[in-house]
Design a protein around this ligand. Structure first.
Ligand SMILES: NC(=O)c1ccc[n+]([C@@H]2O[C@H](COP(=O)([O-])OP(=O)(O)OC[C@H]3O[C@@H](n4cnc5c(N)ncnc54)[C@H](OP(=O)(O)O)[C@@H]3O)[C@@H](O)[C@H]2O)c1
Length: 266
């Protein structure tokens, strides 16, 4: 398979590197289109693939074109790409907020898949949901699913509209997790720990708790109850969270992210 990546920043290269790692593409068949000369030079030094600085007829020779420029850079990229795209080529967009119909229209091309990854894809631990245009066949959907699985987990959505919810939940999710950890570390500092000690206490707690959750057959409620004994310390914390609306605040934040994703989609 030959793959072209338009926009080789963090996300584009997270995908490219996973494909290489799992032998899903050979470097000589990986065309990296990167506008930034500095970034292009780094990719060249790393021998990450065949690096070029502009969209050209070379892109017409790949099987799959991955669009990973920033959404605001897309109109200019689409104008160039329109000239070279071939009818049989499959397009995979990982750009936030640009609907399949808009990509189809701007490229004059029906075969479009849209995915929403998240940053743990950099480690091969990403969570990506994707949806496909009605014109895309099952075998192409499977091909893309296999590729995305090399970056972490992939889920196929029948309904493209759910991608806004995915953006709010797993796309932005890593930031919520880091925010939560940041608040806990800050509380530790306020209680007298130095920042490094507080960070150690919090990060190891989150790591251990994640694995406990994944290996236990208890529900989240039961896991919470196992820590929160009646009249105890955890109960005091949970009561305060409830009074301050921490849970609903978190949910409202996620809904706000979903709403923003919808607005950006236009
Ligand atoms: N970061 C996330 O958590 C996340 C999650 C889900 C989806 N995404 C999506 O992933 C996409 C990429 O994000 P990113 O964080 O990887 O961005 P990024 O680091 O800015 O990478 C984009 C790269 O594309 C280059 N570029 C711009 N126009 C180009 C063109 N016409 N041809 C070739 N290269 C071009 C940029 O160069 P210049 O710097 O010179 O402009 C930049 O190096 C975005 O659309 C974003 O919505 C990101």
């Amino acid at each position: 398979m030959k793959i072209g990546i338009v926009g080789c920043g963090n996300m584009g290269m997270a995908f490219a590197n996973s494909f290489i790692q799992y032998n899903l593409v050979q470097k000589e068949n990986l065309l990296l289109v990167e506008k930034s000369t500095e970034r292009g030079a780094v990719l060249q030094d790393q021998k990450a693939g065949v690096v070029v600085d502009t969209i050209s007829e070379k892109l017409g020779a790949v099987d799959l074109i991955i669009l990973s420029v920033k959404p605001q850079d897309y109109p200019a990229a689409a104008q160039d790409l329109r000239t070279f795209i071939q009818p049989q080529q499959l397009v995979l967009s990982i750009m936030a907020g640009i609907p399949i119909a808009k990509i189809q229209e701007s490229l004059g091309h029906p075969l479009v898949i849209r995915a929403m990854p998240n940053t743990p894809a950099l480690l091969g631990m990403g969570m990506t949901a994707f949806a496909a245009a009605a014109e895309v066949g099952l075998s192409d959907i499977r091909k893309v699913e296999n590729l995305i699985n090399s970056t972490g987990r992939a889920v196929f959505l029948e309904e493209e509209g759910l991608l806004d919810a995915v953006t709010g939940l797993s796309g932005s999710g890593p930031a919520y997790f880091f925010y939560l950890i940041q608040q806990m570390i800050e509380a530790g500092i306020q209680m007298g720990f130095d920042p490094a000690m507080s960070a150690l206490l919090v990060k190891q707690t989150m790591l251990g708790s994640y694995h406990l959750m994944q290996t236990s057959d208890k529900s989240l409620d039961e896991l919470i109850q196992a820590v929160a004994s009646k009249g105890g310390t955890t109960e005091a914390a949970l009561k305060t969270f409830g009074e301050l609306g921490v849970g609903t605040g978190l949910q409202e934040g996620i809904f706000a992210a979903q709403k923003r994703a919808k607005e950006l989609a236009g």
